[in-house]
Write a protein that binds this ligand. Sequence first.
Ligand code: NAD
Length: 443
Amino acid sequence: MARLLSIGAGHVGLPLSLKFWSVGHHVDLVDIDAAKIDALSAGRMPFLEEGCAGVLSDAAHDPRFQPMTYADIRFAEAVAAADYIVMTLGTPLGGDYTFRFDQYFDVLVRIVPLLSRGVTLVVRSTVAPLFTRNVVTARIAAERDWIPGTDFFPTFCPERLMQGSALQDIDDLPEIIGADDEESARRAEALFLSLGDHKRCLRLTTVEAELGKLFLNTYRYTLFGLANEFALTAEQYGADIFNILTAANEAYPRGGIPRPGPSRGPCLGKDTAALAFSTPGGLIAHAALKTNENLVLHAATDLRAALGTFAHKRVAVLGLAFKADTDDVRDNLTHPLVNLLEREGATTVVYDPLVPGYDDSAVLASCDAIVLMTAHSVFRSWREEELLWLCARPRDEVFVFDLWNIWPWADRIFGKGTDDHYEDPGHGGERLAHARGDSAASV
Ligand SMILES: NC(=O)c1ccc[n+]([C@@H]2O[C@H](COP(=O)([O-])OP(=O)(O)OC[C@H]3O[C@@H](n4cnc5c(N)ncnc54)[C@H](O)[C@@H]3O)[C@@H](O)[C@H]2O)c1
């Protein structure tokens, strides 16, 4: 079994570290966040991730699992003794839509002088094309006067897990091994094959693997963008996108159009933006970004039409996490929606039972409208009466806008048009009543 140094105990690094520990490796786990390391040392998960809490509660008592910060005197020894260093640092976008590598630059300054000859490096974050070769490999080669593939073994092995099913995905998915020489590829493969006999590895160069990861996320995000565009088109014709998709996808091998809904998050939206803004030909990626992000503009426009005005209105947005049944609020579309509503005078409240600080349902009292942005299971289970009870208002005084098609009783469901959906956008109260089927109040 090998000795690993895992740098970054986030949504990618922590499940992977636990997985490596569970098959018998020694794992030193470093993170800059002392509160996170304290939680891990005490066996507490710092975020929700299916199955991780149980593994961590065992790992936390095992000397083969050592969470630490840089202040720990064991850090230098952990670098020097590592057979493998796996880096899963964050690579957020800057305001110019390009990746920021500050976390990597910080880590390289700390570890390069301490590396031992023979170490294998695995870059596991999502990065810009050529980052592994031109930054990580080149920097170590220059600073240590080492030859890649002989003195050290740099690789890029992208993470393709989905939050919420990280442990399962690490088990199930084949590993893409990006390496620019045979020995580096062989060593990275040996590490991932140690996760189980079922594991398969697929070889690429580092830049091919970097591009492959970006292509996959951009492809997926583009499909979601297309689904959202189809939803708007269906509405325009008074049609129901969900009926259309059910029929179109049914037993049709070339179908598979995804369902519409708000989509962004720290992977799909981020990686699509990074690709779009790093290639002059990225028009489709730009379009996918625009379609997905404009969803909040459409939602705000429809809501304004329903309420007449946002001035003096109290709007509750349900869901801050970017993805259902997670507590991860990074790059959500709730914040942009809230900004749009507030700049037109609405008072907004955000309720998300999974996100500490936003988990008080009392904020829903007296709201004029509810907008569902995240399809958490707990929201799916709500009945109309429960929502009204929380709002403490009669049904005809609360406009319910469901962007995920989980509440058949909502006043407005994104993707479900009515025959006259866009015919009378100026008459808020009448339109609201009409949407509910109140023929006396409809035009
Ligand atoms: N979250 C996903 O589902 C997912 C899936 C595939 C790929 N990715 C990619 O993987 C990478 C990591 O994503 P994530 O979701 O785990 O991010 P994250 O923000 O959850 O984790 C990053 C971790 O690095 C730590 N960190 C920051 N600076 C550090 C430093 N200088 N030294 C040590 N630790 C430091 C942070 O405290 C945090 O714990 C990103 O490039 C992301 O795009 C994420």
